[in-house]
Write a protein that binds this ligand. Structure first.
Ligand code: IDP
Ligand code: MG
Length: 150
C-alpha cells in the first residue's frame, strides 16, 4: 500500500548538522520526499502534535526540546512507508535502538533522539495536516520507479 508518513528531524539534528546524513537513509532506501520545510515550532503546535503525551512527566521537557530551535518537517512517501520508516528510525530510547537505525547510530539520550516518525496511518494523516497545507505536498513521478518497485 502506498503511504505517506510525517517525519521530522528534531532541533538537535538541525543543530548538529546531520540532516543530510539522516535524509540519505530514506533516499537510499528508495523512499520519496514529497514535502519538506524548516520550521520554528511554537509551543501551541508542539503541544498539539504531542497531545497524547500531555499527562506524561516528560511532557514539558519534550515541548521545550521541540521548540528550542528549528526542526525539519517532512512528508515521505513509499510502499508501506509508515511502518518501514519506524523501523529505519529505531526504538524511542536510543540506547536500546539497534545499530543501523537512525537513533541507534546518531543518538544517545531519550530526550535528544534526533527524529520523529508517525506510528500509524491515523497519526500520519493527523500530523501531515497539522504541519503541511495540501499545496505544500508535491506529487511527482520518480524516474527510477521501475528500478525500485517490481
Ligand atoms: P516515539 O517518538 O518513538 O514515537 P513516543 O513514546 O511517542 O516515542 O514519545 C515521543 C517523544 O517523547 C520521544 O521521541 C522522545 O523524544 C520523548 N520521550 C518519550 N519518552 C520519554 C522519556 O521517558 N523521557 C524523556 N523523553 C521521552
Ligand atoms: Mg510517538
Amino acid at each position: 500500500m502506498m503511504e505517506k508518513s510525517f517525519v521530522m528531524m528534531k532541533p538537535d539534528t538541525v543543530q548538529r548538522r546531520i540532516m543530510g546524513k539522516v535524509l540519505s537513509r530514506f533516499e537510499e532506501k528508495g523512499l520519496q520526499l514529497v514535502g519538506m520545510k524548516l520550521i520554528q515550532i511554537d509551543e501551541a503546535l508542539a503541544k498539539e502534535h504531542y497531545g497524547e503525551h500531555a499527562e506524561k512527566p516528560f511532557f514539558n521537557d519534550l515541548v521545550s526540546y521541540i521548540t528550542s530551535s528549528p526542526a525539519l518537517a517532512m512528508v515521505i512517501k513509499g510502499e508501506d512507508s509508515i511502518s518501514l520508516i519506524r523501523k529505519i528510525v529505531g526504538a524511542t530510547n536510543p540506547k536500546e535502538a539497534d545499530l543501523g537505525t537512525v537513533r541507534g547510530d546518531f543518538a544517545l539520550d531519550m530526550g535528544r533522539n534526533v527524529i520523529h516518525a508517525s506510528d500509524s496511518p491515523a497519526s500520519a494523516e493527523r500530523e501531515i495536516s497539522l504541519f503541511f497545507d495540501e499545496d505544500e505536498i508535491c506529487e511527482y513521478e520518480m524516474v527510477d520507479n521501475a528500478w525500485i518497485y517490481e
